[in-house]
Design a protein around this ligand. Structure first.
Ligand SMILES: [Mg+2]
Length: 357
């Protein structure tokens, strides 16, 4: 039986802001860029009382909570805090799988420390986070990732919750199906049409019927409803793709995209140099004012080996965007995909020697 922790920082970005600026403590804080199209990156618990949530348009947050203090995100500080927290995790186990800057799965079946239980490890990790970063975290403790993630939400903020193997069935049965990852609004509607509202209802359905209705996701539903999740905690997930994108204040025509593409290429290039792997495919992503997403990609014979090459390819991909004249774009992105291990003969040198401006 495995012991999995899901550790989730509480209102992470907003908490970092409140920690670093005492004036913000006790106040509704919304981390978001200013601008008509910006979305909320994080909201403090004081702001959540007004209904403000992550990913909601910033203008909506402003309407819900006009007295909120809006702070632009500062990822340098968030990353520094995230690194400190990750180092704390690594004292207890090497099996750490970060999901984002503020949450991670840990497999503590065979921990490096000698605490008597996974619960005690979670308590210690949360204590160390509090002491060393002045931030709070919540934890879920369970036999697998799926259950640990649900559990970490149960006593938020600054709490933890254990789902023991023998409690799994009783715990899951009364939960709404939306608690199962992958069950969004649309899937919820489909399940509801079959009379399935709760995880317990889902258990009445045999595997083949769920598969008939939902394909391979049906099999996953069948397993999750029974609390089964065999996915291992995977440390150091290899990089698959890296990208940077930007939403414009006002929609722009194709011929005005170049400066933004150049700027995004710099970001993507810098980020790609932090990995040990090499991206082979250059991707240009566009979203039209009608919200149509277009991607164009090119895989050159040899992987792009300089910022200039990456930029040139990204710019050249614009020529392959065949949209009616007058089409406007609200978003552009530049990415590198198809990451592979660095091949023999492709030394760090050749890759890192591009002119340093
Ligand atoms: Mg969080």
């Amino acid at each position: 039986m495995r012991k999995i922790l899901h550790i989730d920082m509480d209102a992470f970005y907003a908490s970092v802001e409140q920690r670093d600026n005492p004036d913000l403590r006790g106040k509704p804080v919304v981390v978001a860029w200013r601008g008509a199209r910006s979305v909320v990156c994080a909201a403090s618990y004081e702001a959540r009382k007004f209904g403000v949530r992550s990913a909601m348009p910033a203008v909506r947050a402003e309407r819900l909570c006009p007295q909120a203090v809006f702070v632009p995100p500062d990822f340098v500080r968030y990353k520094a805090a995230s690194k400190q927290i990750r180092d704390i995790f690594l004292r207890h186990t090497d099996l750490v799988e970060p999901l984002s800057l503020d949450e991670a799965y840990l497999d503590v079946t065979e921990p490096k420390t000698d605490f008597p239980s996974a619960t005690a490890i979670a308590e210690e990790i949360r204590r160390q986070i509090r002491e060393e970063t002045s931030l709070t975290a919540s934890a879920g403790i369970a036999p697998n990732k799926f259950l640990a993630k649900i559990a970490s939400d149960w006593r938020k903020p600054d709490g933890q919750f254990v789902i023991r193997p023998q409690q799994v069935d009783a715990f899951l049965a009364p939960l709404p199906v939306a608690k199962i990852p992958g069950v969004g609004k649309v899937m919820q509607g489909k399940l509801s049409a079959l009379g399935i509202e709760l995880v317990g209802d889902l258990r009445e359905y045999p595997m083949d019927e769920l598969q008939r209705n939902f394909g391979s996701f049906g099999a996953s539903l069948y397993r999750r409803a029974r609390g089964i999740d065999e996915r291992p905690v995977e440390p150091n997930q290899p990089v698959q793709s890296i990208s940077a994108e930007d939403t414009f204040e006002h929609d722009v025509p194709l011929h005005e995209l170049a400066p933004t593409i150049r700027r995004l290429a710099v970001k993507t290039w810098e980020a790609s140099r932090k990995t040990e792997r090499v991206g082979r495919t250059v991707v240009l992503k566009l979203k039209t004012s009608q919200f149509r997403i277009l991607t164009r990609s090119h895989t050159p014979e040899t992987p792009p080996d300089s910022l200039e090459t990456l930029t040139d390819i990204a710019l050249s991909l614009c020529a392959r965007v065949e949209q009616p004249e007058g089409t406007l774009y609200r978003l552009v992105g530049v990415g590198l995909g198809g990451f592979r291990e660095r091949e023999e003969g492709m030394s760090q040198g050749t890759l890192f020697n591009e002119s340093n401006p």
